[in-house]
Each structure stands twice: as C-alpha cells, then as structure tokens.
Design a protein around this ligand. Structure first.
Ligand code: NDP
Length: 284
C-alpha cells in the first residue's frame, strides 16, 4: 500500500463575480472520477487584488489557475511567457505555473475547435462568426489556425469587428473580412460553419436569437453557439429545424476545461463527467 498523503495539488479560478461560475463543480467532479488528488478553488478576486492572487498561487505552489472576467487581458502583465495562440488572441484564460514560470494559454478557442472537430474538419471551410468580443476573438483565431479558409466577422460595433477581421488576415493563414450586422443578416450559402459568439440567448434571456435570416441557413451547415446555459438555445433549435448540424456551447465549455486540466496535470479526465454535472446544474 502506498503511504497516504495529505497534500493535494492545487488550482483554481480568479474572477469577479465568481459566485455563478460552475467551473469548480466540473473540475472537482472530474478529479474525483479520475482518482486525481487535485483541488480547484473558486476565488472572488477583483482587479485591485489580481497581482496578489497571482503571487499567492505561485507562493502556494499551485499548478496554475484559470482567470475569467475581468482578468483575461490584465493577467498578461504578470506572465513570463505566452503560448503562440494566446499571443495572437491577446488574452489568457489559463495559466500554467511550471518551475516558477507563469505561462499563459487560451483554451476557449481550442475548446471550441475540439468541439467542432466532433462534427466537422475545419480545414478549408468558410466560417461566419457573429460577435467580436473575447469569445469570438479566441474562436476566430483558433479556427483560422486550425485551417479554415476564411473567417467573416459580423459585429454590431464596426470598430471591434474590423479589428478582429484585420487580426485574422494579418496573424493567421485565413482571410479575415468584416461584414456589418445588417438587419436579418443573410448567411452566404457557401458557408461551412456559423457561430453565435455573442451573449444573445444566455439565461435568463432565452427567447432572444441573433438577428440572422434563418431561411439562408442550408441543411448540413454547422451552426454553433457559445451560449452554454441553456445548452439548447433557441438559435440552435431553429437551425436544427432547418436540417443544420448543431453544436452546443456546452461542448466548448467542457473541452476548454479538459484542455486546462491536461496543461496542468498532463492527464486526460472525463468530459462525460463534466458534461453530466453541467446538464444537471443548467436543468435546475
Ligand atoms: P464580450 O462582452 O467580450 O463580447 C460580447 C459580444 O456580443 C460582442 O461582440 C457584442 O457586440 C455582442 N453582443 C452582445 N449583445 C448583443 C446584441 N444584443 N446584439 C448584437 N451583438 C451583441 O463577451 P464574451 O465574448 O466574453 O462572451 C460572449 C458569450 O460567450 C457569453 O454568453 C459567454 O457566456 C460565452 N462564453 C462561452 C464559453 C464556453 O465555453 N461555452 C467561453 C467563453 C464565453 P458589440 O461589440 O457590438 O458590443
């Protein structure tokens, strides 16, 4: 019998507000399921205490941590190194602490691509991203790096949309185009993937859908949503009714967590366990 130990490996999250963030629940369930002696601590950390929290994680020997709103950009000033895609995205949601060095990663877009790969290979596809915020930025960059041919950014605020389209054109092999979000926006029939990367449809505003002319969606097109709660958004339901292949935001959420665990521990834990916890939480 191995000696019992009473020293868990630690990780967690820094954000404000932290109370509604379900990540701790999925991480701890997956750790228990995998028999990993790891703990995930959800911390309420405002901008004035981010530096102290980061130093604290290093001091306590944490494996790393997630950072969420509003720290994804601010945390960059405390890091020693950035993974290549995090450098392009300009934001970090996962930090790995290794040998005293802090390495910034962005698993949001990688989580989306992992989820996308369950239904389609992004290579050579024309992709439409609705939105140009943090999630859209991560998704657009990673999908472009995964081999998409073109990324069209559709956003309400032109400057943000144009900046993201420019970033794609300059820093990835894909072409980047901005399209103003005109009423009942029509999707080009050659499009392979359409992604709602806005917060439209997020609980409790579940009756809202992005202003897209749904008659322009073709059967077989992949239609994805970043909104994870509810998992089945009205946008996805209507796309499903038109014969599209739909992809829930829950898949992205689970996959970005799986990638973070792999970065911290080198282990693959169960996505099914994480998904079951989230489905339970979101159906309550
Ligand atoms: P941001 O605030 O950075 O960006 C929000 C985006 O949505 C902007 O492009 C904004 O447009 C657009 N938007 C918001 N409301 C409207 C509206 N009424 N009409 C048109 N456009 C609108 O948020 P994030 O990118 O961080 O998050 C977006 C969503 O992604 C959230 O619901 C979040 O929960 C989800 N998310 C999901 C993840 C997952 O793993 N499933 C991971 C990360 C985020 P504008 O620029 O004009 O303001």
């Amino acid at each position: 019998m191995p000696e019992p130990t009473f020293l868990s490996r630690l990780t967690g999250s820094f954000a404000t507000s932290a109370a509604q963030n379900p990540t701790v629940a999925i991480m701890e369930a997956a750790f228990v399921d995998a028999g990993l002696d790891c703990r995930y601590i959800n911390c309420e950390v405002g901008p004035d205490r981010l530096e102290a929290a980061v130093r604290g994680a290093v001091g306590m020997g944490w494996m790393g941590f997630n950072c969420s709103i509003p720290h994804k950009v601010a945390v960059l000033s405390y890091l020693d190194e950035l993974a290549p895609s995090a450098q392009i995205i300009g934001a970090v949601n996962t930090v790995v602490i290794s040998g005293g060095r802090l390495i910034g990663e962005n698993t949001d877009g990688q989580g989306f691509v992992a989820s996308l790969r369950t239904v389609a290979d992004p290579t050579g596809l024309d992709v439409v991203v609705l939105g140009a915020g943090g999630a859209a930025r991560a998704i657009a960059v990673e999908t472009a790096l995964a081999g998409a041919r073109s990324i069209t950014i559709v956003n309400r605020t032109a400057e943000r949309g144009e900046a993201l389209a420019r970033l794609i054109g300059e820093r990835t092999p894909a072409t980047g185009t901005y399209a103003p979000w005109t009423p009942r926006f029509g999707i080009d029939p050659s499009t392979g993937v359409v992604i709602n990367a806005t917060s439209i449809g997020f609980h409790p505003d579940t009756g809202s859908t992005p202003d897209v002319d749904m008659t322009t969606l073709q059967p077989g097109m992949v239609v994805a949503d970043v909104v994870a709660n509810p998992p089945r958004t009205r946008f996805l339901q209507e796309a499903d009714d038109r014969g599209c292949v739909t992809l829930e935001g829950l898949g992205m959420l689970v996959n970005q967590a799986l990638i973070a665990v792999r970065l911290w521990t080198g282990e693959d834990v169960s996505g099914d366990v994480m998904r079951a916890v989230l489905e339970d939480l979101f159906s309550a």
